[in-house]
Write a protein that binds this ligand. Structure first.
Ligand SMILES: [Zn+2]
Length: 311
């Protein structure tokens, strides 16, 4: 029996889990959902139970697992595997995740910010392959971001590139991170839904419904998406000026609506970027879609294990 690695993409509502062999073939993928994600002690019990069930059903042995990679939606110290906090999931403040996970499961764990791992997946197997400087956005509950600089995923002290928490408004609305007026408070899904409910006559509860309305040619819905693209474009122009980016990659659930905001996004980039920086800049939608998170987590644990200097 071949050795196995597990890649986990930990989101606000679901945990996506992929089982890979060492060659990178996906042997199975699962979507787990639990109200217990915000309680660390129950989280580990739940994860163990689900892993046991999944492996039993597949006729695989958990003893073949050589390591686990996890992307979590927040500010992480990758080296220590320490969670400072997850802006949209309470209960994990200052949590030594790697230490507890490794004790609980007796397996090596590599933990990083989820958007960093999306960027790693794109760098290894997707749109960022061969590109030196790029930003990836995960458009969903929050505005996650990963940075590839000089051909590598950028990881500094906290390992996170939190472009979503760049303050755009000196006063502004309160943000999940504790600050105010962050770009996320203009582009996160909660904000879009609230805005839509102010403007539309109909109550909606998710960006998906707003996407549906745009498909039906609802003018107000189309205008909300146009404005979304414009704001993301202006912000992207700032990042391009700052970092000499060649590429912006859009991923996450809301990227599926890009038909309705790609044009205003590109127009805003053209209008607001300093001309010498604009040459050759591209905006692309991720093709890895749902697998990016688990794939990035797999690539990350594989990289860490092969480096040998695991701890
Ligand atoms: Zn913020």
């Amino acid at each position: 029996m071949k050795k196995i690695l597990i890649g986990i993409d930990w989101g606000g509502t679901f945990i996506k889990l992929g089982i890979f062999n060492f060659k990178g073939s996906l042997l199975g993928r699962y979507r787990l959902s639990s109200p217990e994600f915000s309680q660390p002690s129950r989280f580990f019990k739940y994860l163990r139970k689900r892993l046991e069930d999944i492996f039993k059903k597949k006729g695989l042995s958990l003893s073949k697992v050589k390591g686990v990679g996890i992307g979590a939606p927040g500010v992480i110290n990758t080296k220590e595997g320490f969670i400072y906090y997850l802006p949209n999931i309470k209960g994990w403040e200052n949590f030594p995740f790697k230490a507890i996970f490794e004790k609980e499961f007796a397996l090596p764990l590599a933990l990083d910010n989820d958007a960093n791992l999306f960027a790693l997946a794109e760098l290894k197997q997707g749109e960022i392959k061969g590109v030196k400087n790029a930003v990836l956005f995960t458009l969903g509950t929050g505005l996650g971001s990963g940075l590839v600089l000089e051909g590598k995923v950028f990881r500094a002290k906290t390992s996170s590139f939190e472009a979503g928490h760049f303050p755009m408004d000196f006063k502004g609305r309160k943000c999940g991170c504790g600050s105010r007026g962050c770009i996320e408070t203009f582009l996160g899904s909660n904000y879009i839904v609230k805005k839509a409910n102010r403007i539309l006559r109909k109550k909606i509860s998710s960006p998906k419904e707003l996407y549906q309305l745009a498909l039906e040619n609802n003018r107000q819905a189309l205008e909300i998406w146009r404005d979304f693209g414009y704001k993301l474009g202006v912000f992207s122009a700032g990042l391009i000026n700052l970092l000499n980016l060649e590429l912006i990659v859009l991923s996450g659930g809301i990227a599926e609506a890009s038909t309705f905001f790609m044009r205003s996004l590109k127009e805003a980039i053209e209008e607001r970027t300093m001309p010498p920086f604009l040459r050759g800049v591209k905006v692309k939608k991720s093709k890895l879609r749902d697998t990016a998170g688990i794939l990035g987590a797999y690539e990350f644990i594989k990289e860490r294990l092969s480096r040998g200097s695991f701890r």
